[in-house]
Design a protein around this ligand. Structure first.
Ligand code: SAM
Length: 338
């Protein structure tokens, strides 16, 4: 159900008062790659609470930021935090796969840099009503966009056992996926599973305690990815983002688990012209491979993903699994322009 806007404004003020603001990761590295001190238009496709967007805006008074998020509560927080930048900051509700529609509607033709900081924010994780965390009792919701219909409770209570196991295995890399799915189906035969803590307890009983991470971590990650279809549109994001960059413009993506990072790495390689076929297309640097679509549109700036320093992880444990990749749009050569 959609929340009225006045509730969102109230909520954002109370979130800020409680100091639950999301601490952005790898800020220095994001600024190094995006180089906003040059000025220009930057898009933050996952603006969240506006931490990265604020750092980009602060780099130069010649910078504008378009902040996109599918979560209206996060957008309200970003608007409140960055409102003092006036027209230089615009907050738009939407999914990053709609980037073209969003930029066209704003009359933008090209942009200087694009950032996507994937995954959930602390605002979402720490609000028990959103149902993202197994550590806080709340409804099994997990929707990033509160206007979406499908919730985690729908998946948990209606999916066939095999499909549930498949989600836990694929998106959570959970080795006990089948046993957990069986336990979920058994429990829901008595009554629907409605809360985060109920589900966490079912998983804990199956898996037991393993090491430092909570036994329900992988199950919750898998359900969150499935509810929000987090992996489906990453490839589209990379392609569309590169379309909108000016020559010399940069794309920076921060991911938080290996499934996301692998998709970003492969998409970057394809757009860097690295043919993935066997045998490879004879001259992928000159043209588009007709089979895998490899075409040399960007240069990769990060041969290996950039990881946070130990000092950053010590102050912000959420940064632990962050991996940043960046690429730069090529300037077409004269021949390519012909
Ligand atoms: C890790 S947080 C970003 C935090 C932000 N960089 C900051 O400094 O506050 C990720 C945000 O991306 C949003 N998000 C995730 N997938 C999205 C998508 N496909 N389109 C738009 N926003 C998305 C989430 O709602 C969340 O607010």
């Amino acid at each position: 159900m959609q929340q009225p806007l006045h509730n969102l404004a109230f909520e954002s003020a109370s979130i800020m008062a409680q100091g639950q603001i999301h601490q952005p990761v790898l800020v220095r590295e994001v600024l190094t790659f995006l180089a906003p001190e040059r000025g220009g238009i930057f898009v933050d496709c996952t603006v969240g609470a506006g931490g990265h967007a604020g750092a980009i805006l602060a780099a130069s008074d010649q910078v504008q930021v378009i902040g996109v998020d599918r979560d209206k509560t996060a957008l309200a927080v970003a608007r409140e935090r960055l409102g003092h930048y006036g027209q230089r900051f615009r907050a738009i509700h939407g999914h990053f796969k709609e980037l073209s529609r969003i930029l066209e509607a704003l009359g933008v033709t090209t942009v200087d840099g694009i950032l996507a900081d994937l995954g959930v924010s602390s605002l979402q994780l720490e609000d028990p009503r959103r149902g993202f965390s197994f550590q806080r009792e709340g409804p099994l919701d997990m929707r990033m966009d509160q206007g979406q219909e499908l919730t985690a409770a729908d998946l948990v209570n209606t999916l066939p056992e095999a499909e549930l196991a498949d989600i836990l295995y694929r998106y959570g890399e959970e080795r006990a996926a089948r046993r957990i799915a069986r336990a979920i189906v058994k429990a829901r035969q008595k009554r629907p599973i409605e809360t985060t803590t109920e589900l966490a307890e079912i998983v804990r009983r199956v898996v037991g305690r393993r090491g430092r991470i909570h036994p329900a971590t992988r199950t919750f990650q898998a359900l969150r990815i499935a509810v929000n279809e987090e992996l489906q549109d990453l490839e589209t994001l990379v392609t569309v983002a590169i379309d909108w960059l000016k020559p010399g413009g940069r794309l920076v993506i921060i991911s938080f688990h290996s499934l996301e990072d692998r998709l970003v790495k492969q998409a970057f390689r394809r757009h860097a012209g690295r043919c993935q076929c066997f045998p490879p297309w004879p001259s992928p640097a000159e043209a588009r491979c007709p089979r895998c679509g490899a075409e040399h549109r960007v240069d990769i700036l990060t041969p290996k993903p950039v990881r946070p320093s130990q000092a950053e992880v010590a102050t912000n444990p959420r940064a632990r699994s962050a991996r940043l990749r960046a690429c730069q749009k090529r300037t077409p050569t004269v021949r390519e322009n012909d």
